[in-house]
Design a protein around this ligand. Sequence first.
Ligand code: KG4
Ligand code: ZN
Length: 393
Amino acid sequence: MSSGLILGIESSCDETAAAVVSRGAHSLSSVVASQIQTHARYGGVVPEIASREHLRAILPVVHSALRQANCTLDDLDAIAVTSGPGLAGALLVGITFAKSLAFALGKPLIAVNHLEGHIHAVFLNEQQSGNDLTTEPALALVVSGGHTHLYTATPADGTWSYSLLGRTLDDAAGEAFDKVAKLLGLPYPGGPWIDVLAPFGNPHAVPFTFARIKHKPHLEGKAPRTKGAKTAPIAALDPHLLFSFSGIKTAVLRYVELHGLRSHDTPDVIAAHFHTRPQTQAEALALCPQIVLDLIASFQHAVIGDLLKKTYAAAESTGASTVLVTGGVAANRELRARFTAESTLRGLRVAFPNLALSTDNAAMIAAAAWPRFIAGEHAPLTLSAEPTLALGV
Ligand code: KG4
Ligand code: ZN
């Protein structure tokens, strides 16, 4: 008899996560061991360290997910795991563990695309509040440290099909948040720090603009630098739905240098003034002069404005009535407020995962695996990591 329980395992970047989800709709447990503290001292994720930390964490994390769900391995219907995109060594830890479990228990193994997982985080969140968003096509913006991708997600005979509409040509939006924060002297990952500081600045102080991206036939088939994004040829996508966040990062750097906010022998703006690093958000607020708070607010306002403009252009061109925003950057408060306001204005439905489901977790992996389990889409035990796995066509 089917229990409806799937154990999800996620280890694509710097979070080791396991969760038990019932029928893709109700999370019984979701455990996340974050490596942020370990990587923070290097200012970003160090792949070798990530693999080692996953190895250390995976067994206790899976144990505690089962314990919190009050179930045993025998109660499970299947084991689901992220197979890509992500860091090869990091992915391999989760995949090897999941394969061993599936083999030892004689239970199906389900491979899940991390990006599909982020989209299902919204469905899971809504389902837990009694809303079913899984019956109609939706427009999804996946916006995180590794991705800025626009998809249509369409339910098809119990499973899902995805079509890529737009994506970043270079940095992901979260990457831009992290790089700007690093330049200013805020800890890694910078997104949440910028989110907290932005309301104290003037969002119109620095008029950042985004250049219009022209059709680029020479980029045909070229994979962008963004980690894990070997997808459809850029030339095949509508240029209005392409993103580029490397320019604004350079514009922030230029602004910092032009205004003498950093000297050549100091690594960042805060260090240039105070020779210290903020440990808390209150400390960061006290250490940032008004000109830096204005810069932070203007940067965030511009990035979110660009995400908003292109997402709703895509919604308009596809006729989607529901917009999903997911991934780490979807935790941002200004983003949520502005997307909610824009959707209300346009009479569209907008949905986000709760904060815990916005950043990397395994509940979204177990939820995305459910339709695949029902459809009998089992992965072979030869499953391997696919660092540049694409989603959709
Ligand atoms: O989805 P996620 O946990 O991992 C990836 O798949 O990348 O996203 C992490 C990213 C980081 O770049 C982080 O700075 C950003 O999400 N982030 C935020 C916020 N919380 C996390 N960015 C802006 N505002 C936030 N509140
Ligand atoms: Zn992610």
